[in-house]
Design a protein around this ligand. Structure first.
Ligand code: AGP
Length: 608
């Protein structure tokens, strides 16, 4: 999605904007631009392509000034061209606007503005905002923006400047993230936290409907009702290193290796001294939990796979029926949910449009909706009845890794909490499961510490065009996640199936150039999985198996075995997925793919 940076303070704005936009590159973009306001008035530079093109333009013609706004654009309306790049101006060139989101009524606005003499030069929805602000400007940019946003339908995070008000940037948000870092005599506006960390740890989180006037001296926020309000202020613990690569060649590899701490931090404090699982965020009495008749999990992509893991665990431990639905289907199926349904929305970004819409749909139907998210202050935290945070820290790589295993850990806590409340697990059983879950971080550390052979295995498969991932039981979502990782970063087609499904069609795909990855860790269907491996190998497939240390039989049925420490089946999903993350990573890296920013993908899908 698009990235926004704004600055007002003592520094040269162009430097701050370029550094800030660089920290947002992971969001995916196709053009970039900035507007700086200085003694010579407004200077706007925009370039198609990667950020270095803009940096070259800035170096060639440095815009001087200590206030400015910058933008990286991920095209939604209008092709990736310089004309469509942000910032966008009004007819006079006095207004500059950057935007993240979608103005759904922009065609009507373009028609209205054109009819009143405005000349719009781009294909974008955003440019309508510049001209609306122009039409409402009577000497106060804050007033003009407040009037303009009332005409907008859809989602927006906006930063707006006016040539006649050199000390002010006005920001507004609706359904699209925006924060303001408050420093010493300077303010930094951003779409995401890593941008502000080198200047300040104090962050204001804006709400939907807010219009904020930002100056070097501070921020004045007007809420949706027009009244001044005190915004939520956060002290951000993440240091810049946490958003840097930390010695790894890519964010993704760093984040794969951060999984032990991400899981540990997510589990921290979840078991009370009295043996009760601590999940106060659930904000439900034991009686309310006991009254839950079914659970519906909604999510997209990798988060959906975490939901499938949760289904297995909640049904096994708490004996509550669970359905898992992709958010984009749930929101349009007129879902059957009511006060007896608990809806769990899993979204690491907390900004995924389909999942947010699903939460709204569920709550309108009377269900309680809880979010599992990684981002404090994200949109889903405002739309839900409660939030269970994963504490994975910022995930910059587009491919989800540590947020996935942190989600799985958080969902294990949820499943145990529900089981305790329903009384379906004895205290001893809860304690022994908790004991095992608490050991997962060190198990993952062991896997990461002995993963040297995975790159060698990956080297044999960089040239394949297609692959299959198989599993049974809790191995199915692991296979699904392994397939998604491979396809999204290496661009090799990869498809996951329950291993028992092979005979019903997919086995027709097997030839010696379609490798089959099989999750064959110890479990009650292990023998069945081995049979499936024999079936595909008999037809020429090369098999890569994820298996448990001590299993000396499995190597007879596979070209490669990626071993993981033994755990009970119920908690085996996290250990089993780590080798598949690394396999996908190394294949993609060996193919020269841009692992952190795969083509066509964005880290947060904030539009439908
Ligand atoms: C996973 O690697 C992808 N980044 C993508 O499938 C992602 O999981 C999906 O877009 C959901 O994002 P969310 O968890 O932020 O809602």
């Amino acid at each position: 999605m698009c990235g926004i940076v704004g600055y007002c303070g003592p520094r040269q704005a162009s430097d701050v904007l370029l550094r800030g936009l660089a920290r947002l590159e992971y969001r995916g973009y196709d053009s970039a631009g900035m507007t700086v306001l200085g003694d010579e008035g407004i200077t706007t530079l925009r370039r198609v392509g990667k950020l270095h093109h803009l940096a070259e333009a800035v170096a060639a013609e440095p815009p001087t000034g200590t206030i400015g706004i910058g933008h990286t654009r991920w095209a939604t309306h209008g092709r990736p061209t310089e004309e469509n790049a942000h910032p966008h101006a009004d007819c006079t060139g006095s207004v500059a606007v950057v935007h993240n989101g979608i103005i759904e009524n922009y065609l009507d606005l373009r028609e209205e503005l054109g009819a009143s003499g405005h000349v719009l030069r781009s294909e974008t929805d955003t440019e309508t905002v510049s001209h609306l602000v122009e039409s409402y400007y009577e000497g106060s940019i804050s007033y003009a923006v407040a009037r303009a946003v009332k005409r907008l339908h859809g989602s927006y995070a906006l930063a707006v400047m006016h040539a006649d008000e050199p000390g002010t940037i006005v920001v507004a948000r609706q359904d699209s993230p925006l924060i303001v870092g408050v420093g010493e005599g300077e303010s930094i506006i951003a779409s995401d936290i890593p941008v502000v960390l080198e200047y300040t740890r104090e962050v204001l989180v804006l709400e939907d409907g807010d219009v904020a006037t930002v100056t070097a001296g501070g921020v004045v926020v007007h809420g949706a009702d027009g009244a001044v309000r005190e915004p939520e202020r956060m002290h951000v613990e993440w240091d810049l290193e946490a958003a840097e690569k930390g010695g790894f060649e890519t964010f993704m590899l760093k984040e794969i290796h951060e999984q032990p701490s991400a899981i540990r931090n997510t589990l921290r404090g979840r078991m009370g001294a009295d043996g009760a699982i601590q999940l106060s965020e659930l904000a439900m009495t034991e009686a309310e939990i006991a009254a839950i008749e079914r659970i519906v999990i909604i999510a997209c992509g990798t988060s959906y796979h975490a939901g499938v893991i949760a289904k297995t665990l909640i049904e096994q431990w708490a004996r509550i029926p669970v359905e898992v639905d992709v958010s984009s289907e749930f929101r349009y199926r007129d879902p059957i949910v009511d006060a007896r349904t608990l809806v769990v929305a899993i979204t690491q970004s907390g900004e995924t449009a389909d999942t947010l819409a699903g939460v709204r749909e569920a709550r309108q139907s009377g269900a309680k909706a809880f979010a599992v998210t990684n981002v404090v202050g994200s949109r889903v935290t405002r739309e839900s009845d409660g939030v269970i945070y994963t504490h994975a820290g910022p995930e910059i790589g587009v491919a989800a890794t540590k947020t996935f295993t942190a989600q799985a850990a958080a969902l294990m806590v949820l499943a145990l909490k529900l089981a305790q409340a329903k009384g379906t697990l004895e205290r001893e059983r809860v304690e022994s499961l908790w004991e095992e879950i608490s050991r997962i971080p060190e198990i993952v550390e062991a896997i990461l510490g002995s993963s040297g052979d995975i790159e060698a295995c990956a080297r044999e498969y960089t040239g394949v065009a297609s692959s299959l991932f198989l599993g049974r039981g809790i191995g199915v979502p692991v296979a699904m996640e392994g397939a998604l990782k491979l396809k999204e970063i290496s661009y090799i087609h990869a498809e996951a199936y329950p291993a028992g499904e092979m005979k019903h069609g997919p086995i027709a795909l097997i030839t010696d150039d379609v490798p089959v990855v099989v999750v064959a860790t110890q479990g009650h269907t292990y023998e069945k999985v081995v049979s499936n491996m024999q079936e595909v190998r008999a037809r020429g497939a090369h098999v890569i198996a994820v298996a448990t240390f001590g299993d000396d039989e499995i190597c007879k049925h596979a070209e490669h075995v990626l071993y993981v420490p033994r755990t009970s089946e119920a908690v085996s999903a996290i250990p089993a997925v780590v080798p598949l993350q690394l396999l996908a990573y190394h294949i993609a890296a060996l193919r020269g793919c841009n692992v952190d920013q795969p083509r066509n993908l964005a880290k947060s899908v904030t539009v439908e």
